[in-house]
Design a protein around this ligand. Sequence first.
Ligand SMILES: [Cu+2]
Length: 342
Amino acid sequence: MRTRNLITSAAGLSALIVVGIATTAARRGERVLSVDFDKVVTASQPAFDARLAPPSDAGVKAFRIPIKDATIEIAKGVTYQGWTFGGTVPGPALRVRVGDEVRITVVNESPMPHSIDFHAARIPANVAYRMIMPKDSVQFEFTARDAGAFMVHCGTPPVTMHLMQGMYLPIIVDPRDGWGTTADKEFILVQSEFYAKAGDTTVGATHMMQPDWEAEKAKVATYVAFNGRAGQYKDHPLRVDVGDRVRFFVVNAGPNFDSDFHVVGAVFDRVYPDGNPKHVLDGVQTYGIPAGGGAVFEAVFSKDASGEGLYPFVTHSFADAEKGAVGIIQVGVPKQYAHMSH
Ligand SMILES: [Cu+2]
């Protein structure tokens, strides 16, 4: 099962990478990575694929991001009519390096106005983040200058509504020369809240919920999730090997809550607040990420310290963990899971 997933993933990655040569004056001769997220959709079953491939070394990275309505699964067996970037919640993870030119095209394939706001960009907001009407599109480019794990989101008012409907994605900006350590595995985790109430629609065997604006205004979340579905990594753990250094890029999309990221049974070897390598902390138990923020975490699961076993990752604001912001890191093949390898 795992082998098949990896093969599928590798095939998917090779399909999405189209490397050309940039022809604008500024970047003539640079290689271009071009990805169209209408064609490349992140796997979200049985769980949102949190694994990240290393950054491409192309100096220009061009992303086409469609805005589209989609039925999403916000908890096991619970569906919801979401507004999305790229058909999933969160939208696809973009990955670039400091110094890269990032070219963005956003196409609104949905029936209402939206927009896009890149926290990683230093750019006039009134131009790049303008309203995009249905069937319209926006194009802009920026140079990635700041390393980190950044939020990207729809900024159309009321912003809370567009966020609770699912309009966010992460962009990772790697330092030009990497993080100073070699990670064996890397994962993206985007925390967010859903505000939903029972609806009268049933789709197949699943129950469709509908937006609860009153709950959102009162900040009473129905679910709090990593990568768009409450509790999904309890059933489908993130798998690593004994001895791995694991890097987590954690973005908190909110819209309202802080995330207090913690791994039960481990201590972070490194934390980069804001993802800035100059801010590195060591020996950290829990680190808070504000709504609209991001941070980079590293933990080492070595044989004699945080070795083979199961390690829950949570927001240590536990009411939120109990609403779904909890998952499992499976290190090696602990006894409980040994039967799965036979
Ligand atoms: Cu929107």
